[in-house]
Design a protein around this ligand. Sequence first.
Ligand code: 4AD
Ligand code: MG
Length: 434
Amino acid sequence: MPSPWIPIHDLPSFVDREVTLKGWMYNKRSSGKIHFLQVRDGSGFIQAVMVKGEVPDEQFATAKGLWLEASIILTGRVRSDERAPSGVELSVTGIEVVQNPVEEYPIAKKEHGIDFLLDRRHLWIRSARQKAILTVRERVIWACREYLHNNGFLLVDSPLLTGSIGEGADGLFEVEYFDLGKAYLAQTGQLYAEAAAAAFGKVYCFGPTFRAEKSKTRRHLTEFWMIEPEVAYADHSDNMALQEGLVCAVVDAALAHCRKELELLERDIPALERIKPPFYHITYDEAVAMLQKLGSDIPYGDDFGGDDETLLTNQFDKPVFVECYPKKVKAFYMKQHPEREDLVLCDDLLAPEGYGEIIGGSQREDNLDLLLARIRAEGLPEDSYDWYLDLRRYGSFPHSGFGMGIERVVSWICGLQHIREAIPWPRTIYRLNP
Ligand code: 4AD
Ligand code: MG
C-alpha cells in the first residue's frame, strides 16, 4: 500500500510512520553521503534527510543535481527531532522529481532590492516571511468577520462599479460604461452601507476599494481592502466604541493564532499585548497643538500628513482617536458638530509605533438640507446622489460607521516597513504587474 500523502503541517502526528510529501525544495546542503533538503509544501517547512544507501543510487545522484524550487515528491519516515522548529524531520526513502527548474531560480538566499522582489512577486510569495504575513492577513479578515457576525451584523456587499462618488472627486478611477457614460471604481462602499443600515440595522460591507491618488508613501495603495460597518441609531461615541472593540478583537486573534508568524517577523509582541481598552482620545484641536509643540509646522485647519501622524502616534503606546476635524478637510457626508459649525463629528483612529491612520469614521449627516448644501458646496454631481438623499427623505435616522483598511492593520500588526507586503498583489502608481 502506498504511504499516505500528508501536509507538512500535520506531520507531528505521524511520527514513526511512512508518509508521502508533495512540494518544492527551497534549500539544500550536501556533505558527500548526506543531502539535507529543505522542503515546503505550502502548509509548512521541513528538513528531509537523504542518506546514501538508504535510497536507490540513481535517486541519490538525481537529488544532488536539484535546483532550488524543484518540484518533488518524497516518501520517507517521520522522525521526531527536538532541534527541528516543527519538532520533526523526514528520513527519505524515495524521491520523484516532478520538475527540475529549466534554469536557476532567480530569488537567491541573499538580499535583493525591493523592486527586484516586487517584479517577481509571483515567486516571492513562496518565502517563509511572505507566508507569515499573508497568514496574519487571513486571520485579521477572519477575526473581523467573526466579531461582526457575533455582534449581530449582516454582511451586505456593495458594488465596485458605481455612478456616485463616495469620498471626493479627486482620486477616482473612471471606466467607460456602455451607453451610460462614466462609471467609477468604488472608493468606498459606505453610501450603500448607509442604505443597508436603514434596512437591516447593523451591517457591513467588505471588499476592494480604489484610490487614484498619486500618493507614493509607505501607507498608500491604489487598490486596498476595506471593512466598513454601518450602524443605525449609533452616534459618534457608539461608533468609536465599536472601533475599539473590533481592533482589540483583531489584535487578540493575531496574538492567539499567529504567534509563530509574529515571531518569524520579529514583531515586538509585548507592544501588541498592550492593545487593550480603553484607547486614548484627543480632539483635532488638541492634536494640532501637540504637533506644533513637537516642532511640526502644521497650520491649524490642515489635514495631517504621514509625518504628522507618525510624530503624534509616537506619543502614545496604544491607538489614539483623533476626533472632530475641520469640515473642510473631510468628506461631504460627515455630520456637522452640534456646537462648532466648522467641525464634523468624525474620528480617525491612529495606530501606535508610528503607523498612523488605520480607521476613518464618522456620524453621518442626517439632515436633508445640510447634506444637500455640502454636496453642492463640494461641486459633486447632485443627480447621482438622488438615491442617497432618499435616505434623508424617508425616515432619516442618526447613524454612524467607519472604514478600516485591512492592509494598514496588517502592516501594523506584522510591524512592516511598507504596506506593499500586506497584500498578495500590490497595486501602486508604479505597479500593475504581476
Ligand atoms: O478614511 P477613509 O478614506 O474613509 C472612507 O473611505 C470612509 N467612506 C469609510 C467609512 O466611513 N465607511 O478610508 C478608510 C480607511 C483608512 O483609515 C485607511 O485604513 C484605509 O481605509 N485607506 C487606505 N489604505 C491603503 N491605501 C490607501 N490609499 C488608503 N486610503 C484609505
Ligand atoms: Mg481617512
